[in-house]
Design a protein around this ligand. Structure first.
Ligand code: PEP
Length: 234
């Protein structure tokens, strides 16, 4: 069973619940577990609608503290209270756009675990890293710095240069990265691939050794495409 997770990023309004309805109507899939991470404004309503169905609901980020004077932030216990079961931490759009360090990502992952959420810890090299032959060194550094010190996390390998670009590493490069990542993790840790996953490339990506599922951005916004990707799961 592979995990097919959708990251809606800063997209979606109340009416977008129609996409969730379509995922629910599709029924459970024999080889894909579905997780949808809408923006925080939709979390509670989506989680209420999805309760008891085969679709899990997750959040896109959390603060490392459980509560306090942090205007505009959301804590892991708040996300759990809204019905989330998972939370993405360390997405490159937060590492780069919000200056998040490995140490902060680790604190967020640990806060998620403490609140009963499964953290999805994102790592990935930039194009500059890749061209300098530093991909595996960067991944190792990010894993050492941002994984929680104990507890079960999911890792998402998301090459920064593949996110939203329509470009993906070839299957051999994905397999090599996933094998290197797996060397740092307990054997049962799922490792998702993320970066321009589409209905067209999902069969090859999801069949790549070591790939435990996909973290899907743009193609998760429409249930039709997201379900086509889930249909390639194994
Ligand atoms: C993402 O941002 O997690 C992602 C994988 O985006 P996209 O699928 O749009 O490249």
């Amino acid at each position: 069973m592979q995990l097919i997770a959708g990251n809606w990023k800063m997209n979606g309004l109340l009416a977008s619940i129609a996409e969730l309805e379509a995922l629910i109507a599709s029924g459970p899939h024999p080889s894909a577990a579905l997780l949808l991470c809408p923006p925080a404004t939709l979390l509670a309503s989506f989680a209420a609608r999805a309760r008891g169905t085969h679709v899990a609901i997750g959040a896109q980020d959390c603060h490392p503290e459980p509560c306090g004077a942090f205007t505009g932030d959301l804590s892991a216990p708040m996300l759990a209270d809204a019905g989330a079961t998972h939370v993405i931490v360390g997405h490159s759009e937060r590492r780069i756009g919000h200056g998040e360090t490995d140490a902060l990502v680790r604190r967020k992952a640990e806060a998620a675990l403490a609140a009963g959420l499964v953290p999805i810890v994102c790592i990935g090299e930039t194009l500059e890293d890749r061209e300098a032959g530093q991909t595996l060194a960067v991944l190792a550094r990010q894993l050492q710095g941002s994984l929680p010190s104990s507890g079960a996390a999911i890792v998402a390998y998301e090459p920064v240069w593949a996110i939203g670009t329509g470009r993906t590493p070839n299957p051999d490069a994905i397999a090599a990265a996933h094998a290197a990542i797996a060397d740092h993790l307990p054997g049962d840790t799922p490792i998702l691939y993320g970066g321009s996953v589409s209905p067209a490339n999902a069969p090859a990506i999801l069949a790549t050794p070591g790939v435990g599922g996909a973290l899907v951005g743009g193609a998760s916004l429409r249930a039709h495409d997201f379900l086509a990707i889930a249909g390639a799961a194994r």
